[in-house]
Design a protein around this ligand. Sequence first.
Ligand code: HEC
Ligand code: HEC
Ligand code: HEC
Ligand code: HEC
Length: 452
Amino acid sequence: MTLPIRTSLMWVGVAAAALLAGCERPPVATVQHGYRGTGMEQIYNPRQLVSQEALNKLPDAIAPASADGPRASAVFKNVKLLGDLSVGEFSRHMVAITSWVAPKEGCTYCHNAADFADDSKYTKVVARRMIQMTQHINSDWKTHVAETGVTCYTCHRGNGVPKNIWFNTASTDPTTKLMGYKAGQNEASMKVALASLPNDPFTPFLGDSNSIRVIGTSALPDGNRQSTKQAEWTYGLMMHMSQSLGVNCTYCHNTRSFASWDSSTPQRGTAWYGIRMARDLNKEYLGSLAGVFPAERLGPQGDVAKLNCATCHQGAFKPLYGQSMLKDHPELASGVKVAVAAPGVPASEDGIVYFGVGSAALPADMDKAIGSMVAALKANPDAKATLSGYHSAAGDLASNQELAKQRAFAVRDALKAAGIDPERVVLEKPIQTEANAAGEDPKARRVEIAVK
Ligand code: HEC
Ligand code: HEC
Ligand code: HEC
Ligand code: HEC
């Protein structure tokens, strides 16, 4: 009988070892993140970091295309967003999004091969909205994504449907259950990093805008109506945020007080904007696609897929460890309008930017006009730039003066983008130029820059 006992003991040992293998085996590494003595340490598993590194490699860059030649809007039939790009740049953009979103399926993931202008595939309609969403993130949510920005690859990574999305869960009526309302607790959900917390923190906090703060600010209860259950919901969201970024709570908080902003890290501020950004994108962009997605893409409640912190971050403290792909894809950066190379607009000269008829869009060769001005302003911190906007004599005077002002504003924005404080830019009142005896002078539509 000794043998069977020995054998069964052996199996107990094997089973225990197998169970333990599910935990993270030592050694783990700790990195001090806050001031000494604050206990704000990050705990990492070096083996997991190795696999993370491979996940965050950038795809091969795509060679730049020439900005010359006809515009996409002039050559193609149904281009609503990217018409200002040259045909070369537009094609490069199509190649890029194909490799980011549908590398296996190719162009026909979004296009009807018989007619590329056709909008009958829902994926093309979604993709057009996605271009707008990406531009919106990069231009209006710099408080979160900084200059690093995002491209389609940040979320998609070669998949049509990003890996991390969420849907509304079926709500149980709290009053009808014999066992009481458990709010999705103890269901081993990855949404809350397997903690026994309410397992849908997304609907209230990233879909709706419910308050995340739960801690009272005074010793005695005076009006804080937040329940223990609501605190658990907050903790569920915090577990998701930590897991998505691959960090501990102390990346953002000092546990002496989770509420205090004074003792939190700057990253908590970035996260605060991240929460607002996720709400905005879910409502204004993904929500606006209701009715576009086919039934098999919808959740059990019939809602469209939505995003959370993991959609972009995918386990990294900054998506792709903060490497920027956006700088190689300016078409996704913002709504900065670069003019169609309109016929008859003179080439920019040092200190003079010329504009098209009725337009305040900056020409593509603008750097020629502002380059030496920016250098002079940077070399001499006391100098100021004076901008004068001019317009041609043709047309209504009041609207021409407004146009001249808009042209000056556009140049001021360009100087700002080049690192010149707008405080140092003085706008001079637009002056009406003499009508050209020979007719319309294209050189009349201009902004002159002087450094004084
Ligand atoms: C992820 C979806 C998607 C993929 C994949 C894709 N496209 Fe597009 N394509 C679009 C969208 C969206 C537009 C419209 C852009 C706009 O309105 O500014 C467009 C427009 C076009 C147009 C202009 C058609 C017209 O006449 O209006 C051409 C040409 C084109 N794509 C070619 C391609 C090629 C070639 C590929 C494969 C290398 C490709 N696309 C892959 C989404 C996609
Ligand atoms: C911030 C994250 C994010 C970014 C950036 C992003 N997407 Fe998406 N995309 C999503 C989410 C979430 C969905 C919804 C998932 C689904 O289709 O059910 C989606 C869906 C799509 C779909 C529909 C896929 C399908 O089969 O249902 C296409 C096509 C698409 N995106 C293209 C793009 C393109 C092109 C870009 C870049 C211009 C882009 N996306 C940028 C998050 C993103
Ligand atoms: C990436 C940064 C970040 C991480 C990591 C993080 N938090 Fe938070 N936490 C925040 C932000 C931002 C808020 C405030 C949210 C708001 O006001 O919308 C917050 C709020 C809270 C609150 C509510 C404070 C109050 O005023 O009532 C608690 C409690 C909390 N976090 C606990 C945790 C715990 C526990 C963890 C680890 C599981 C954690 N947090 C991880 C950023 C973070
Ligand atoms: C649209 C994609 C996207 C989404 C969604 C997103 N982030 Fe970010 N996040 C970024 C990018 C890009 C950066 C890098 C910005 C930079 O380089 O400074 C970043 C940076 C951060 C940082 C700063 C990290 C550091 O070490 O400085 C924190 C914290 C953060 N995100 C938290 C969150 C939280 C929490 C959420 C969910 C509520 C979230 N993010 C959702 C794209 C996203």
